[in-house]
Design a protein around this ligand. Sequence first.
Ligand code: DNO
Length: 358
Amino acid sequence: MKMTLRWYGSKHDTVTLEQIRQIPGVTGVITMLYDKQPGDLWTREEIRALKEEVEASGLKIEGIESVNVSDAIKTGSKDRDKDIATYIECLRNLGEEGIHLVCYNFMPVFDWTRTELARKRADGSTVLAYTQEAVDALDPEKMFDSIAGDMNGTVMPGWEPERMAKVKELFELYKDIDNEKLFENLVYFLKAIMPVCNEYDIKMAIHPDDPAWSVFGLPRIIINKENILRLMNAVDDVHNGVTFCSGSYGTNLNNDLPDMIRSLKGRIHFAHVRNLYFHSPTNFEEAAHLSSDGTFDMYEIVKALYEIGFDGPIRPDHGRMIWGEVAMPGYGLYDRALGAAYINGLWEAIEKSQTRGL
Ligand code: DNO
């Protein structure tokens, strides 16, 4: 595996490349052209400039998170083929610049959803949290406003104000889209982009829906083992792969994470590793990465990744806000650095015990 950190670019991130470079074992970043809207073209020049900036700090771009997919593609509406053509051009430009991993999601309207961005834990740290009760009590149009006050002045991925201003229209767009239709549109998209992915060896890695169930009655499809395997089989090409996000699949306690990892052998191209603490199956908060701080057995998750021969980029995912840091919720430096150190420690221990036959 290659240990990485997500970085939002010098214009948006409170964390610098120099700081990332000093986290032991971190050799690369996962980044994106952050000001692009879904459907925009990413030019070679823009990609090259980003790459040069990252490389000047001694790091490498290990992948893009995300080249976002437009609502026309997700809903299969009239601009779909035009947007797919632009997406293909983005992929070609990324491929030409030597970038071979693209994370994306196929969630309607809202990307990942949390109902609190700064829930206080017993140790004084703050974390992102979700309760179904809060979602059920909320008008979806108010979703953004309800969390905007806790964004610490940052623009959170998936919650861009431009997009959130159109929430009503977006709901309208999805009104006739059910799970089957969304799945069909995803397959159509993947089949259309596979040729360019093959030409440039670009591995597409779909991010699961978070939480892994329907919110506000919207369809959600990338939620469990059955569905993700269905997608892998529907477009049976190694370039149609997965971002295995323990914190997203893990929102549904019925998902057996190590088992899912094993069943996706060869198709996991990117891993997001984090832990959750559950108060009830629909009330959870993001914990420190350490197993004993949350509900998941992180050793078993990392061991499954090791055992399937995972060699792609991995990143600690959302961290707690600790030590007085003010940053994008989930994306501060300190707790993610602790997460990287912990995952590196697990990996080294697993690797040495297996290769030394202990
Ligand atoms: C949240 C992230 C997601 C993810 C997208 C991938 O912190 O994990 O926003 O980047 O869903 O497209």
